[in-house]
Write a protein that binds this ligand. Structure first.
Ligand SMILES: NC(=O)c1ccc[n+]([C@@H]2O[C@H](COP(=O)([O-])OP(=O)(O)OC[C@H]3O[C@@H](n4cnc5c(N)ncnc54)[C@H](O)[C@@H]3O)[C@@H](O)[C@H]2O)c1
Length: 358
């Protein structure tokens, strides 16, 4: 088992991590436990969890419908009401068992209920294991704009156990790979090179890769927990990616977070190339990885126009200037001011041509 500690919050990674969870629960003296899960994790993950963790067999259960559409304030109110009905006290532990939607929403719900309950994240998707469940950012979408409401509160423990990945389908694995590739591109050239040499998506599901991705994220979070400077690097691909994800959410189009972020990484790197902030070699490396594992997302003009509206409202903008986090080269992060949004049109045209989508 690998343990990575940051500000009193530990991430344990490995197939033997239930022991750490049991020890944590024993020491915690909690009066009750509430497990938050969705319709899929209740079926695939809860049985595994309770086999290994006896204390959670008597936990109360809150089950949500799955998917990004549930990550909103209405669902939070339902969960808070359920907690009230259960008469949980301040000494209750919330256990978020699921992908990023559950850990984002559950972390937020716990961090403000009765001014804060302890919570543990047990991520069950690759994306949540390497990214969403780690680092303390949690929250929900508002009117389909991503992550507008939230807090930065660290979970008491994150239990990353690859056993849960056995029931995850190929598309969801690739979804998680996107965040592994992202963190490698901005923080570790050697790791990115290694990922580039993998022959299939299955190669990404190994403990060593998950540990490295979490280590890289934790290093950043430790240095800059509240995103004053360095943590901005984790937004690589997310300015355009989140805009695309939000527009797809509005339209009910089936695009996953990681898929949107990969498209975002390609387009933002193209913008960086146009602004002479990265080389053609870097652009090609990002494109090669995207083409190898991800289908292109069609970008009609109507979508690009709405994406630009979202980009103008991005949380990272300062005084009307958009700031993109970029990989200036593999392993090297930089920030780039983008005032000319016609570059988004150019990047979208480039992406469309790259994938032969016309
Ligand atoms: N907080 C952060 O720092 C951060 C970082 C990255 C992404 N995110 C957020 O994470 C969310 C995406 O997370 P996600 O991709 O995990 O989505 P998700 O939580 O919707 O999970 C994807 C699907 O997989 C199912 N599932 C989960 N575990 C399973 C398992 N073991 N077996 C079978 N099915 C399983 C879920 O029910 C769901 O249908 C987005 O809302 C994104 O904004 C947050």
């Amino acid at each position: 088992m690998k343990k990575i500690v940051n500000a009193g919050s530990a991430v344990v990674i490995g197939t033997d991590t239930f022991r750490a969870l049991n020890n944590f629960i024993k020491k915690g003296n909690y009066t009750s436990f509430v497990i938050l899960c969705d319709e899929h994790t209740v079926q695939h993950c809860l049985p595994v969890l309770v086999v290994h963790c006896e204390a959670l067999r008597s936990a109360e259960l809150i089950e949500l419908e799955s998917g990004e559409m549930q990550k909103n304030m209405e669902t939070c109110v339902q969960v808070w009401s359920a907690l009230q009905d259960m008469q949980v006290d301040k000494n209750t532990l919330i256990v978020n068992l699921g992908g990023g939607v559950i850990t984002d929403l559950g972390g937020f719900v716990a961090s403000v209920y009765k001014r804060g309950l302890d919570f543990v994240n047990i991520p069950t998707t690759l994306l949540a294991m390497v990214d969403a469940s780690v680092g303390g950012k949690n929250g929900v979408d508002l009117n389909t704009i991503k992550n507008q409401i939230g807090t930065i509160t660290l979970p008491k423990l994150v239990v990353v156990n690859p056993v849960f990945l056995q029931t995850l389908d190929e598309r969801q694995i690739r979804n998680g790979m996107a965040e592994i590739v992202k963190v490698a591109l901005i923080r570790d050239a050697v790791f990115f090179k290694k990922l580039s040499l993998f022959r299939s998506s299955r190669s990404f599901i190994n403990e060593e890769t998950i540990v490295r991705a979490v280590q890289l994220k934790q290093e950043v979070v430790k240095k800059d927990p509240y995103e004053q400077h360095l943590r901005k690097c984790l937004n690589f691909g997310h300015s355009i990616g989140h805009a695309l994800e939000s527009v797809c959410l509005e339209e009910g189009r089936d695009v996953l977070h990681g898929e949107a972020i990969v498209a975002g990484m390609v387009m933002e790197t193209y913008v960086a190339f146009c602004m002479k902030r990265c080389s053609k070699v870097t652009l090609k490396a990002v494109e090669k990885m995207a083409l190898k594992y991800y289908a292109g997302i069609p970008l009609p003009d109507s979508i690009i126009t709405r994406m630009k509206t979202h980009i103008r409202h991005d949380k990272k903008n300062v005084n009307g200037t958009c700031w993109f986090a970029i990989a200036a080269a593999p392993g090297q992060f930089g920030m780039m001011a983008v005032n000319d949004l016609t570059l988004i049109d150019k990047a979208a045209a480039h992406y469309t041509q790259l994938y032969n989508l016309t």
